[in-house]
Write a protein that binds this ligand. Structure first.
Ligand SMILES: [Zn+2]
Length: 242
């Protein structure tokens, strides 16, 4: 018997046979786990909710011959209210897709796991605006995946950036550029308030990603940066009203 208990969240599911589902789980200690959940689609199955996206629980897994089967689940949270708001649901699925894009089997993802839970909780249970939530997630996601953008010195020439710009963001270069180093149109202009927001959001952990007129979240720039680094476009495009 090779049975283990794993706290994990469901990133993806695919229906299998009449009543089963293949789950893609994210575990903080083991990274991605693909596991079969049997009979979860029967109407009165007690595992109905454990096979849904966002389900967070303690999954008891039985592993044999390269196959993993869920034997029981203690469900902790379903993030159910997300389903009542289409835009927030789409954002949530986008976060799951980002996590799935980087999760590898047997590769611990403690930081990513906590970032995902914190962000999903705020998306579900607070009325915080989606745009800074998503942008904050993307910024911290890049940090925990090892490609935090450079924000204090020009990524090309290394000089300290001037107080009020002009600034540009180079997705390929991995950070902010000074005006002298901008050579291409895809190095997008970055407002001083956007640079302030990114510095603040990185410094403040996950506590306070909010938009203000003085500091606002450059969501489009961060999406482009992260998706280029991952070398793929992430499905489920969130609408955030700007
Ligand atoms: Zn420069």
């Amino acid at each position: 018997m090779n049975q283990t208990e794993n706290t994990a969240i469901v990133l993806r599911h695919a229906n299998y046979r009449d009543n089963d589902r293949m789950l893609t789980l994210l575990s903080p200690t083991r990274g991605r786990i693909d596991a079969m959940l049997r009979n979860c689609r029967k109407p009165r199955s007690h595992n109905l909710n454990a096979g849904e996206l966002f389900a967070l629980g303690d999954y008891m897994l039985y592993e044999s011959g390269g196959h993993v089967t869920v034997t029981s689940v203690h469900l902790i949270e379903t993030f159910y209210p997300l389903r009542n708001d289409y835009d927030r649901l789409t954002c949530g699925i986008y976060l799951l897709n980002l996590a799935e894009a980087v999760a590898e089997p047997e590769q611990a993802e403690q930081e990513l796991f906590m970032l995902l839970l914190h962000t999903l909780s705020r998306l579900t249970f607070s009325d915080q605006a989606q745009k800074p939530l998503l942008a904050g997630f993307l910024l911290h996601f890049s940090a925990c995946q090892g490609f935090k953008p450079r924000l204090n010195h020009c990524t090309c020439c290394g000089r300290t950036l001037p107080e009020e710009g002009p600034f540009f963001f180079g997705s390929e270069e991995g950070g902010v550029l000074c005006a002298d180093c901008r050579t291409r149109k895809d190095q997008q202009p970055l407002a001083a308030a956007e640079l302030r927001w990114m510095r603040g959001a990185l410094a403040s952990g996950s506590a306070s990603w909010v938009d203000t007129p003085e500091a606002y979240a450059p969501l489009a720039i961060l999406r482009d940066y992260v998706e280029r680094r991952l070398n793929r476009r992430i499905r489920s495009v969130p609408r955030t009203g700007g």
